[in-house]
Design a protein around this ligand. Sequence first.
Ligand code: APR
Length: 249
Amino acid sequence: MSASLPTGLITALQSARNVAVLTGAGVSAESGIPTFRDAQSGLWAKYSPEELASPAAFRRNPRLVWEWYAMRRAAVLAAQPNPGHVALAQLEQLVPHFTLITQNVDGLHARAGSRALIELHGNITKVRCSVEGTFCSTWAEGEELPPPCPTCGAPLRPHVVWFGEQLPLDALQQAWIAAEECEVFLSIGTSGLVEPAASLPRVAYSHGATVAVLNLDVNTRSEARLFYLHGRSGEVLPQLVERLMEEQQ
Ligand code: APR
């Protein structure tokens, strides 16, 4: 069941010249990509993502970590953007100043057409040298895993932010500014448990923005300037964008 759209949110979006959106794994759930706090399946059921996505895990067992990311990379490349991703790319076209901040590393927002995009946690489809940081566009999944950097021979690693690592400072600064300056902030498909992204809705709210939270954890309710919507992003976001397009005509 999807949430009905609160008039206050539609009105705020209609008049907003600056909108920021934060997305998390829930936005890609309808593309078949499991969220982080879902149980892992199959081979990986005995590991938690926290045990695999860290510099310590990579030092301890680089092959295991590489193989987990190789599995996830293949899943992401086989997946397609869903109507929620598409709606956010459309929303970008309706708003004069728009920023999409994602914690997702799956690249699906860009594939759906989003351009004003900050990938706070990196992008799993990209690989870089674990020592020099240089990107590597091709590598062999051969005997030696992780594959060696073609320049220096150090192990390659996924271009993602692991637990215990700093987020890229410029991306974080841009996200913070977007939260401070927007008039409407949408937090979609994220449990809001991982900092610093989890603070962005609060930053926006404390700077006067209207804030809406859409996921499967909340009950639908609203207070002044604060809307909670229980629903699937692949259903609710297309309705939201359709409503805004209708009202524009
Ligand atoms: N539509 C909207 N929301 C959904 C949907 C859906 N179809 N399916 C699930 N959700 C919601 C859940 O209700 C939950 O609130 O998506 C959220 C998923 O939460 P998490 O699995 O915690 O994912 P996320 O918030 O993105 O995790 C943040 O944690 O593990 C790290 O770095 C990783 O970027 C990740 C970060």
